[in-house]
Design a protein around this ligand. Structure first.
Ligand SMILES: Nc1ncnc2c1ncn2[C@@H]1O[C@H](COP(=O)(O)OP(=O)(O)OP(=O)(O)O)[C@@H](O)[C@H]1O
Ligand SMILES: [Mg+2]
Length: 322
């Protein structure tokens, strides 16, 4: 058994963006990404809004078919498989979304929500399924269980609803979960709790996680590795602590500087923003995509695109400074 569970090879996703009646132009949402996720590892995917994080997450779950490249799960190429050939994969890979309502039906009770994937995948009989539901609710700490099974989503708090979303993702014992900004819609006071819960469950069940976030601070805390994405590309990849201790790419440095530090009066200082607009994936700049905003740019930067290279042990960056 090899250690990597998921392999993404030169994956691209070009959407057609309609301009006018007959003309479309490609939106290069993901533009040549290589990534590997090992068994039991959490990889954080960090970057500004619109850089392609959700698209990459959906590609890795084969909810989208890539325009180019290969997606390999547990040694099996799933790039071009049709839905009916992916049933085994659907059971082994799951998602937790930003908005729990996108994965839970508001007209179903918690019990029905959790039983649905079990029925779909023909797991257990009624009694065994009930046991699994109780176990899943206990795992996400929605106890006493009897108090929650009969409730409808609107009767729960945002944090509890996301716990149901997590229980649903977990109930089939998947090996891979994409958590796409799982706490950004939740009350700030319960965010850390939910992230700790995910980490606890990840360790308990040895799940591989793709944790998608804007927030490099939680990425460092809850992940083994961090991949920094800019305009459809991975620009830096390293072990989480290493990346924050010694960021190499000017964009990563800017992201880290933009993390607000609490000041003595216990208020958050104003967030520094990275100067310049994030350019559009319809028409990415020539050369390094970050060069128009980069304070360190020099001759080669607007000509050829730098490759993602290993410049230190397990630390990859795509930048001409290295
Ligand atoms: N179905 C689609 N059709 C056309 N364009 C799309 C589609 N989905 C995404 N895009 C475009 O692809 C780019 C990347 O979008 P994506 O949602 O992956 O970014 P993101 O990093 O997840 O952003 P956010 O942090 O705001 O969630 C954006 O320019 C977006 O408008
Ligand atoms: Mg997104």
């Amino acid at each position: 058994m090899s250690s990597e569970l998921l392999k993404i090879e030169d994956v691209r996703m070009y959407f057609e963006f309609r301009v006018g009646l007959f003309k479309t132009i490609p939106v290069k949402a993901v533009d040549g990404v290589n990534l590997e996720i090992s068994r039991g590892e959490t990889l954080a995917l960090v970057g500004e809004s619109g850089c392609g994080k959700t698209t990459l997450g959906r590609l890795s779950l084969r909810l989208l078919k890539p325009t180019h490249g290969r997606i390999v799960f547990d040694g099996l190429d799933i790039t071009d498989k049709e839905e009916k050939e992916l049933k085994w994969f659907r059971r082994r890979a799951q998602a937790v979304f930003q908005d729990p309502y996108s994965s839970i039906n508001p007209f179903m009770t918690v019990k029905e929500i959790l039983e649905e994937p079990l029925i779909l995948h023909q797991v257990g009989d009624t009694e065994e399924r009930l046991e699994m539901i109780i176990k899943a609710l206990t795992d996400v700490k929605l106890t006493p269980v009897e108090e929650f099974v009969g409730k409808y989503p609107h009767m729960l708090s945002g944090g509890q609803r996301q716990r149901v979303g997590i229980a649903r993702a977990l109930i089939l014992r998947p090996e891979y979960i994409v958590a796409d900004e799982p706490v950004s819609m939740i009350d700030a006071s319960s965010r850390a709790e939910i992230l700790y819960l995910l980490k606890e469950l990840q360790e308990k069940y040895k799940i591989s996680f793709l944790y998608i976030t804007h927030d490099i601070a939680t990425a460092r805390h809850f992940s083994d590795k961090v991949a920094v994405m800019y305009l459809g590309k991975i620009v830096e990849l390293a072990e989480a602590r290493e990346l924050v201790r010694e960021p190499l790419h000017p964009y990563t440095k800017a992201l880290i500087e933009a993390v607000p530090e609490p000041d003595p009066s216990n208020r958050l200082k104003e967030r520094k923003v990275i100067p310049g607009e994030p350019p559009s994936p319809v028409n990415p700049p020539a050369g390094c995509r970050f060069h128009p905003r980069c304070p360190y740019r020099f001759e080669p930067c607007d000509k050829n695109e730098p490759e993602l290279k290993e410049v230190k042990a397990d630390h990859h960056v795509s930048c001409y400074l290295y």
